[in-house]
Write a protein that binds this ligand. Structure first.
Ligand code: GCB
Length: 607
């Protein structure tokens, strides 16, 4: 089901934006009686009237690690959030008021003053609704949100809720096979914003660069209720605010801007000015009076992405990807948006000389996508399908929806160079073949201007998915999950496996994951697993394979697993979480970071 209206909320002379971030009232439902809040209609009652003590919960943040209570960290089921807000009287006339969530994990329903206003499933994606009709202007209003973190066979990703059989404990337990903590709550910012009655509801851009000529094709959706004759004025400004191009268009729907002598968007270290962004302005005027009805401005990088059976090209130049798999994860906040962390991560990415990361294993915040555009960091944009196992029709529909919402949200970002449709689905199973056939056929109807990829860990002669992809990515833990301790087998295995994939499928090949868990500060010579020395030795062997592979043009990239340590479910082989980070969870370097930095810079400058 296609969604609309995923434009990022931006202020302009016709639009106001107000943040609802801060401390909200919060109640954790009793896990074994999740329905209590719904049955007692807490959204009408107000959380303070329930007789259950509320706590102050920060938004945005995962709720799990805010307190010292295991019951909240490991909660399975529903939680309730609530706050009040005050829409000014000036918003009552000639306006629409919208409520927008950057993401809530996993399933949610929202009420305004007791009226159901909004429902959404699948975390990591924005959703919104016009709420004007529920509001009391110039008065206090109540916003209530119910969030359910349970995963099952049809959610993306899948999980299973099991019940402990012992009588003393009938608490449900969420199990899942993916390797990161199932954090939940209001993970990203909440905004109230206004648009005029006639407003731009959606924009799709496609850019291209050929022989120094840039081109922006735009498609607009205008909510044009009363059919007032309108005129669209499009202006393109450069970074210093100089007008580059201007166009008047009576067709409100689409058009093209040609930019001679364009300053293209380039990846980091491919140009002295990476991440160049223009400012694109769409303004709608009433045709008779020329009164301004709505204006929306957005940054735009102008670049081309092309691919063939061997290479990926940005602005006609083949790129070699020096990257990471990452996570949105930090101490206390969990998956909650944090600008300080974001700024630090981009600083480290540049310090280490990376030019790309994969949003493993779900869409990252819109704010991070803006950072990536600005800094010239390329993004392999992954949807939230990880370890898919039971390939049913309902899962397929939800997976399609997850991809539709992702493409819709991120298609205007210059940084996005590929869509990753899944991580490590169980594609040795026969049922995965028709599933991925249908899934990729669908994605190709909505996303034509970037290649499709995915990360597989199945062997090349058993996999049923990669035949449907444009770029093949494999994850392999040589000398870790296979042959642990034996670093000397790595170079040969990696080289052979990449060749096997290419020889069988004739597509560009990426190694999307390799790595070793590493305790910061733990040293052992000769190198022994879990030591910093072992991570260095394991990387060194991979680099030998990559250097040999780079003589073939079809080997187009190497991604370390992982950028930083991150939290997982409790497992005996996880010490406080997964420690395969090159940086600690607190974003300080391990020894391998220094080695990687030397390599990524040498690759960038072809030393
Ligand atoms: C993988 C997964 C990733 C895990 C990693 C590991 O193959 O894609 O999510 O974290 O292995 O360290 O086990």
């Amino acid at each position: 089901r296609p969604t609309t209206g995923l434009l990022y909320p931006r202020e302009s002379e016709t639009r106001e934006v107000r943040s609802l971030d801060g401390l909200w009232r919060f109640i954790k439902s009793n896990s074994s009686d999740s329905q209590q809040g719904l049955l007692e209609k807490w959204y009408e009652l107000g959380l303070e009237q329930t007789g259950i003590p509320t706590m102050a919960m920060p938004v945005p943040a995962s709720y799990n690690d805010i307190t010292v209570h295991a019951a909240l960290r490991d909660h399975v089921g529903i939680v309730w959030y609530e706050r009040s807000f005050f829409p000014p009287n000036s918003w009552e006339r000639e306006q629409r008021v919208w409520l927008r969530f950057g993401s809530v994990h996993y399933k949610t329903e929202v009420w305004i003053n007791g009226h159901s206003a909004l429902r959404h499933s699948i975390g990591h994606l924005p959703f919104e609704a016009e709420i004007s009709k529920f509001l009391k202007f110039g008065a206090e209003n109540r916003l209530t949100l119910m969030c359910d973190n349970r995963l099952n066979d049809t959610t993306v990703p899948q999980g299973t809720v099991v019940y402990n059989s012992s009588e003393s404990n009938n608490e449900p337990l969420q199990t899942y096979t993916f390797d990161f903590f199932n954090y939940a709550g209001i993970h990203r910012s909440v905004h109230l914003y206004t648009t005029p009655l006639v407003y731009i509801s959606d924009i799709a851009l496609h850019t291209d660069v050929q022989n120094k000529r840039g081109r922006i094709d735009y498609k607009l959706m205008v909510n044009h209720v009363d059919q007032t004759p309108c005129l669209l004025r499009v202006r393109l400004l450069d970074k210093s605010g100089q007008l580059v191009r201007e166009q008047e268009n009576t067709n409100l729907l689409d058009g093209t801007l040609v930019v001679p002598d364009v300053n293209p968007w380039w990846p980091y270290l491919m140009h002295e000015q990476p991440g160049y962004l223009y400012n694109l302005e769409f303004a709608i005027h009433a045709k008779d009076t020329m009164r301004l009805l709505d204006v929306y401005r957005m940054p735009v990088g102008i670049r081309s992405v092309e691919w063939n059976t061997k290479s990926l090209f940005i602005n006609g130049v083949p790129v070699y990807l020096r990257g990471f798999g990452k996570h949105e994860d930090s101490d206390i906040r969990g998956k909650g948006l944090d600008y300080a962390l974001l700024a630090r991560d981009f600083s480290l990415l540049k310090w280490v000389g990376a030019n790309v990361y994969r949003t493993s294993h779900y869409p990252y915040s819109e704010e991070s996508m803006h950072f990536a555009d600005e800094q010239g960091i390329m993004i392999v944009d992954e949807c939230s399908s990880v370890n898919a196992d039971i390939f049913g029709l309902e899962l397929l529909q939800n997976h399609m929806s997850a991809l539709e919402q992702l493409v819709h949200r991120d298609r205007n970002h210059a940084s996005v160079i590929a869509w990753s449709i899944a991580n490590e689905p169980r594609t040795a199973k026969n049922a995965s073949k028709p599933y991925f056939d249908k899934l990729t056929a669908y994605v190709r109807t909505i996303a034509t201007d970037r290649p499709l990829t995915a990360a597989t860990n199945v062997e090349w002669d058993k996999d049923h998915m990669v035949q449907f992809l444009d770029i093949i990515g494999f994850n392999r833990y040589n000398a870790w999950y296979h042959n642990e301790g034996q670093v000397d087998i790595i170079a040969k295995n990696v080289y052979n496996e990449a060749n096997d994939w290419y020889n069988r499928f004739q597509r560009p090949i990426i190694m999307f994951e390799y790595g070793a868990d590493t305790m910061e500060g733990f040293h052992m010579l000769p190198a022994f697993i879990w030591s910093e020395d072992y991570q260095v030795a394991l990387f060194t062997q991979h680099f030998q394979a990559f250097d040999k592979l780079r003589n073939q043009e079809w080997f187009i990239g190497e991604f370390v697993w992982n950028f930083a340590d991150f939290k997982t479910a409790q497992k005996y082989h996880r010490v406080g979480g997964n420690k395969k980070g090159v940086f600690t969870r607190n974003r300080q370097p391990k020894e391998a970071a220094i080695l990687l930095r030397r390599r990524y810079h040498a690759l960038a400058f072809k030393l």
